[in-house]
Design a protein around this ligand. Structure first.
Ligand code: SER
Length: 350
């Protein structure tokens, strides 16, 4: 008998760690964690099994399904926007071919066990591409179908994979004589820049927010790579986990679309700096824009319109900017650097 399980790819990443903690706390069933890197021992203890391997390795995926009956997938593995610009071919392989492999696996699994496989996919504000700052300011809160003209490889990859997910869910093998539903139920949230109190992102372009706060807490100087005026939406990590899991568990009949914006708060880099200076007196923060990286941030919206998520599945963030700083980021980051706890041993609240 194969064991029923939920597959999490990119399990060692920031979202993976928070998701596994939340999943284990809820007792939601067995997790199979897949990542290129072996999982931290604390995190691995919360999983039914851990596998160090590549989502591009189809043999590995086949071995996996011979042992486990995959009932749901959180496909988190990806190369983020800055790293993807340096290695666009690899990014395309990992972000697109990797997702296609997992969608095919979801389809096969649904066929085997005869039940729908919910495929949860984090997308990103990087799918937007505002052509210039005047348009960005005028656009304000963008809705899902506006300005879908990304300028980064990562943004192109995420946007295309949103479409692939929709295709698998609604139109897969549409010309086959024996056409049956694929069994894949693709659901995606478009995340803003995520900020965790316990982990740092790597290879993203919204990373300056988390880097600035963590550097100040550690007493290190920080040179911010965007200008003071750069503004994008952000979200505290517990809200990101909440959005992902809430959409995963929403009744299919309540969903009017496959891809949803989720918002929490929008801050300029100067506003971030003000909050960090108020919390860590004497923090040494300077602005030394890297014009090319900053230009990417300028193509992302100031904020997102998440009214569809609010209407369809009751999305509401727990943390606005004040609560994110006062109740989540500052107390946890202070504790983290005081105690030097290892990130994976520190449970994400919420
Ligand atoms: N955080 C991502 C990045 O910076 C965007 O969603 O690449």
């Amino acid at each position: 008998m194969r064991k029923p399980a939920t597959l999490v790819t990119g399990a060692s990443g920031e979202v993976g760690q928070g998701l596994i903690d939340a999943y284990a706390a809820r007792g939601d069933g067995e997790i199979i964690a897949l990542d290129l890197r072996p999982l931290d021992a604390g995190l691995a203890a919360r999983c039914g099994a851990t596998i160090a391997g590549d989502i591009l390795d189809e043999n590995l995926l086949q071995r996996l399904v011979s042992e486990y009956e995959i009932q749901a997938i959180y496909h988190l593995a990806a190369l983020l926007s800055t790293r993807a610009e340096y290695t666009p071919d690899t990014a395309h392989r990992v972000n697109v071919n990797g997702t296609l492999n997992l969608l095919k696996l979801a389809h096969e699994q649904a066929r085997w066990h005869g039940r729908t496989v919910v495929f949860n996919f984090p997308s990103s504000i990087a799918v937007y591409g505002l052509p210039d700052l005047a348009t960005k300011i005028k656009a304000g809160r963008v809705s899902e179908d506006e300005h879908n003209v990304p300028t980064t490889m990562y943004g192109c990859n995420k946007l295309y994979c949103e479409h692939l997910g929709r295709y698998f869910t609604r139109h897969y093998r549409q010309l086959a004589a024996d056409r049956t539903p694929s069994g894949v139920d693709f659901r995606s949230v478009r995340f803003p820049g995520l900020i965790s109190a316990f982990t740092l992102p790597s290879g993203g372009t919204s990373d300056y927010a988390a880097e600035m706060i963590h550097a100040a807490a550690e007493g290190k100087p920080y040179a911010c790579f965007v200008s003071r005026d750069a503004r994008i939406p952000f979200m505290a990590m517990p809200d990101a986990i909440k959005a992902l899991t809430q959409l995963a568990h929403a009744p299919a009949s309540s969903l009017s679309r496959r891809v949803y914006n989720v918002g929490a708060f929008s801050l300029s880099a100067a506003e971030l700096q003000d909050r960090v200076l108020a919390a860590f007196h004497g923090a040494r923060i300077t602005f030394e824009p890297d014009l090319q990286r900053a230009a990417i941030v300028d193509t992302w919206p100031e904020d997102v319109d998440d009214s569809a998520a609010r209407a369809d599945w009751g999305w509401k963030p727990d943390f606005d900017a004040d609560r994110a700083f006062e109740e989540y980021l500052l107390p946890n980051i202070r504790g983290f650097y005081r105690g030097k706890e290892r990130p994976c041993d520190a449970a994400e609240p919420g």
